[in-house]
Design a protein around this ligand. Structure first.
Ligand SMILES: Cc1cc2nc3c(=O)[nH]c(=O)nc-3n(C[C@H](O)[C@H](O)[C@H](O)COP(=O)(O)O)c2cc1C
Length: 191
């Protein structure tokens, strides 16, 4: 099972970095697997700490793929790290083991602290739709445009029926990115 989180990390100089990451549990540890190259990977190897933020604000997910990387943060409680202000819950992690790989190393962490900040208010289909489109946008260079457009047509139903303002904003950032990519491809073909 994979949970979609917002991973916050610090560089050795103390600069915060915010990126969406899917995480899984393996034998009581948290597995994070970044594709190289990755600022997050560099930070985790340098500082050995990560914070996983679980939030119902989908904008940091869409923002991570559309150049919107700055979100309000607070200090972590037990590790040298930062917490996303919109997190409903967060976990503070320490790196224990690394399985190195040229493409996608596996990093295993132990949870040393967790906090609950706000209640989970239930599933929302528009939030799930934004996450799905964010994953597609992260693979824009690998997927046929026709598949992405078919998926957008389907996911749009949940947006139109169930979105709030945050979901509409995040959805629009992703749709704009797809449109820009399409225009660049078409322009490239004509040149
Ligand atoms: C829902 C979601 C899950 C993601 N999970 C991963 C992941 O497990 N590994 C990865 O390398 N990138 C993942 N990405 C893409 C990264 O967030 C994106 O490439 C990011 O820029 C990481 O690079 P950075 O560490 O240099 O910021 C995911 C993106 C989304 C939207």
């Amino acid at each position: 099972m994979i949970y979609e989180s917002i991973l916050t990390s610090l560089s050795s100089a103390g600069k915060a970095h915010i990126a969406p990451f899917g995480v899984r549990e393996r034998n009581g540890l948290v597995l994070i697997a970044p594709f190289r190259p990755s600022v997050t990977l560099d930070n985790l190897l340098e500082t050995r700490y990560a914070v996983l933020n679980f939030t119902d604000d989908v904008r940091p997910f869409a923002g991570g793929l559309t150049g919107r990387h700055d979100w309000p943060l607070a200090r972590a409680s037990k590790v040298n790290g930062v917490v996303l202000a919109s997190a409903l819950t967060h976990q503070e992690l320490e790196l224990l083991e690394i399985k190195d790989d040229e493409t996608r190393p596996e990093l295993y962490f132990r949870v040393i602290h967790e906090e609950i900040h706000a209640p989970f208010r239930g599933f929302n289909r528009a939030q799930a739709a934004v996450i799905e489109l964010a994953v597609l946008v992260s693979r824009l260079h690998m997927l046929p445009m026709e598949k992405i457009e078919t998926e957008i047509d389907y996911l749009k139903i949940a947006i139109e029926k169930t979105a709030g303002e945050r979901e509409l904003e995040a959805w629009q950032w992703l749709v704009d990115k797809v449109e820009n990519h399409k225009a660049a491809m078409t322009g490239g073909n004509q040149a």
